[in-house]
Design a protein around this ligand. Structure first.
Ligand code: PMP
Ligand code: GLN
Length: 384
């Protein structure tokens, strides 16, 4: 048995969704919308199941999707990518991360990560033979500073894993922070693996800037996207990886032995979806922002201190500032069991020195789900 994996706990998302199902709680924990997702994109998938090929697609992905991805990122983010040599398709961002880490880490390489971090990163890095180094971000600002980067980068830093917008902190890093990170990657000759699954979910007029667009980063960045997030179809697991040919070919070599391919019908539907006009993406952001505001206002009215959400479909409450004298894990367990609402403790995104008073809530929900969640969280605050 591999001790690294055998000893791992089950991911917090599965634990909380399992409890919510078992106890019939309102689930504001795991990040998934409770809507059906865009009907035209789902119809495109159904059509491809019935009338398209259901056999192995090419290992790097359907050409039509690779072309659609290059066109999409040119239109939305100003990138110039060659679909034939700089884009591949994976089974979700999770597989893209695994393939990138397995393909790019050499034994003993140091990999810099930012806490709070998505739970898949560390086990994959360790299994790939990398040595993680953690830079700690903390509320309420969750800012990256020059001092923190200078202390975290070492002579052996080969890779940086960077999630922007950041789950669970709901931060969209600004131009100054991106420029700092790029400066360090270039000066230290490090490759950045950028988890940008939340690239389209940014609010209040913000635009997503991919790190690959910064000076010096074009040939040292692997950009990862997720159709599950772009179209609110989280079960689809279609990932998009963009990088210079040398990097992407190493990632593809790992991908060929992880899943090899991704269902062709979903790829075809994602290719269709990526070509949707700007109004679709603007409408999506507007709807999510409205839900964010509904949850924020409802919770504030009940006495909760809500941290700002600049992107992702999450916001956080600060328990200490809300007058709740409890750590986040205890709060989440009692909230799901006694108040009927599931949430995610942010300490589960820290591997060391956790922030323990912040709880993440997903607002990608129908109004009635949000209202029920607010009512139950109000009950929790009164009970605890
Ligand atoms: N990275 C981050 C930061 C995420 O939040 C998620 C899922 N929400 C993923 C990766 C996984 O994406 P996928 O479902 O496409 O594997
Ligand atoms: N990314 C989702 C979240 O943060 C969950 C993904 C998962 O369940 N592994 O809630």
């Amino acid at each position: 048995m591999n001790p690294t994996f055998a000893a791992l706990p089950t991911t917090i998302f599965e634990v909380m969704s399992g409890l919510a199902r078992e106890l019939g709680a309102v689930n504001l924990g795991q990040g998934f919308p409770d809507s059906a997702g865009p009907e035209d994109v789902r119809r495109a998938a159904a059509e491809a199941v019935l009338n398209g090929s259901n056999q192995y697609p090419p290992m790097a992905g359907l050409p039509v999707l690779r072309e659609a991805a290059a066109e999409h990122y040119a239109r939305h983010q100003g990138l110039a990518l060659d679909p034939a040599t700089e884009v591949i398709v994976t089974s979700g961002a999770t597989e893209a991360l695994a393939a990138s880490l397995f393909g790019l880490i050499a034994l003993g390489d140091e990999v810099l990560l930012f806490q709070p971090l998505y739970d898949a990163y560390l086990p994959l890095i360790r299994r790939a033979g990398g040595v993680p180094r953690l830079l700690r971000l903390e509320p309420p600002g969750w800012r990256i500073t020059r001092e923190a980067l200078a202390a975290a980068f070492t002579e052996r830093t080969r890779l940086v894993v960077f999630n922007n917008p950041l789950n669970p902190a709901a931060r969209v890093f600004d131009g100054e922070e991106l420029a700092l990170l790029a400066e360090f990657c270039v000066a230290r000759d490090a490759v950045a693996i950028c988890d940008e699954v939340w690239e389209h979910v940014v609010f209040d007029g913000r635009a997503h800037t991919p790190l690959i667009a910064l000076p010096g980063m074009r040939d040292r960045t692997v950009k990862i996207g997720s159709a599950g997030k772009i179209f609110s179809l989280t079960g689809w697991k279609v990932g998009l990886v963009c990088a210079a040919p040398q990097l992407i070919s190493a990632v593809a070599k790992a991908h060929q032995f992880l899943t090899f391919t991704t269902p062709p019908n979903l790829q075809a539907a994602v290719a269709y979806g990526l070509s949707k006009d700007a109004a679709y993406f603007e409408g999506m952001r507007r709807d999510f922002a409205r839900s964010r505001d509904r949850l924020t206002e409802g919770l504030r009215a009940e006495g909760y201190a809500v941290l700002p959400s600049e992107g992702t479909y999450f916001l956080s409450i600060d328990l200490a500032a809300s007058g709740v004298d409890m750590d986040d894990e205890t709060f989440c367990l009692q909230a799901v069991k006694e108040a009927g609402v599931a949430a995610i403790p942010v300490s589960s995104f820290y591997a060391e020195n956790p922030v323990r008073s912040v709880v993440r809530l997903c607002f990608a929900k129908k109004d009635e789900t949000l209202d029920a969640g607010i009512e139950r969280l109000a009950r929790a605050r009164r009970m605890f």
